[in-house]
Design a protein around this ligand. Structure first.
Ligand code: SF4
Length: 318
């Protein structure tokens, strides 16, 4: 059976009613991902002995040191959480991605309220990162990590799925130059949509003019791949890729088909259509004209098609 990507997930998202108020969070994306990944659910607050329900905890900025404190009683759980987090993450053998509960003082990344003290006081700022979330970011700097709220945004979601499944495919390759050459070739247009510079860099590494050992080549390639997925692909990058791909079929299609495609591309450029509307059109020609090289391009379907969804919440936390 094919190995699935391993995804660490906050347990209160779909898996257990373990939030401080005894609730569970629903997430369409976590449910949709279930058949395609191996989830590793964890609730760090329950793991350190906080019951359900419990008094909420909060982050406190104590002279520059972030602490995890129970809001009402002021009990400090920082050391317990740090100890659990260190041992839990050390035990994890491999992980390909992570979905964390946004705004949580434990799991949240970059959107957590930070206070000056326990009790009824105003927040200092709202861009903190929870103790567990920060440890995940520090321990696994090369994997995609997202909060569940941001996955309601179409571009962020597609980027997360793309990074997750592409890195997983790369990590499961046999460490042989032939496998890397095929991988690079099949991902060429996907990488072009992310970064021309990094596409060139990864191509240079694959060419291996210095005849390095395969393990060293893979290690360098992994670093570039990880850098590639630090940012979303640009709209104009996608337009360039699609114009480029059109060149492969332009002689086969009619003038009217071509101008309809360019019209659709323009609607994508001005954010009136999702990217999938343009790639689907192009892909139908790739199938019709049997252009083998293009048919293998992951650009058309970088993650399982069942995860494709054009839902885009403007209230998604971007
Ligand atoms: S956000 Fe994290 S710590 Fe809080 S309930 Fe969910 S899994 Fe547990």
């Amino acid at each position: 059976m094919e190995e699935k990507p391993r995804v660490l997930v906050s347990k209160c998202i779909e898996f257990a009613a373990c939030r401080y108020n005894g609730q569970r969070i629903t997430s369409h994306e976590v449910k949709a991902l279930a058949p395609f990944v191996e989830f590793i659910p964890v609730c760090p607050e329950v793991a350190v002995g906080l019951g359900v329900p419990r008094d909420a905890v909060r982050l406190i900025d104590a002279e520059g040191k972030i602490r995890l404190i129970q809001s009402e009683s002021g009990t400090d759980h920082t050391e317990a959480m740090e100890a659990f987090t260190a041992s839990f993450l050390k035990e994890l053998q491999s992980v390909d991605g992570c979905i964390l509960k946004g705004r949580s003082p434990t799991c949240g990344i970059g959107s957590v309220k930070v206070y000056p003290s326990a009790g009824k006081v105003r927040q200092l700022y709202s861009k903190g990162t929870g103790l567990f979330g920060q440890a995940v970011l520090d321990t696994f700097p090369e994997i995609p990590v997202e909060d569940e709220g941001r996955l309601n945004n179409l571009r962020l979601r597609e980027h997360f799925f793309t990074a997750l499944f592409t890195l997983h495919r790369f990590n499961r390759l046999p460490v042989k130059m032939g496998a890397l050459v095929d991988f690079h070739s099949n991902n060429k247009y996907l990488f072009m949509s992310y970064s021309q510079r990094l596409l060139k860099e990864s191509g240079r590494i694959t060419a291996n003019h210095d005849s390095l050992e395969a393990a060293e080549v893979f290690s360098r390639y992994r670093r570039v791949l990880s850098e590639m997925f630090q940012s979303l692909p640009g709209i104009q990058n996608n337009v360039n890729v699609l114009q480029h791909l059109l060149g492969y079929v332009t002689k086969e299609i009619t003038r009217e088909e071509r101008s309809y495609f360019l019209e659709t591309l323009d609607q994508y450029r001005s954010l009136r259509l999702p990217l999938s509307a343009v790639t689907s059109l192009l892909r139908s020609w790739v199938i019709r004209f049997d252009t083998g090289y293009l048919a293998r391009q992951t650009y058309f379907q970088p993650f399982p098609k069942e995860l494709q969804r054009i839902f885009d919440s403007s209230t998604g936390r971007v």
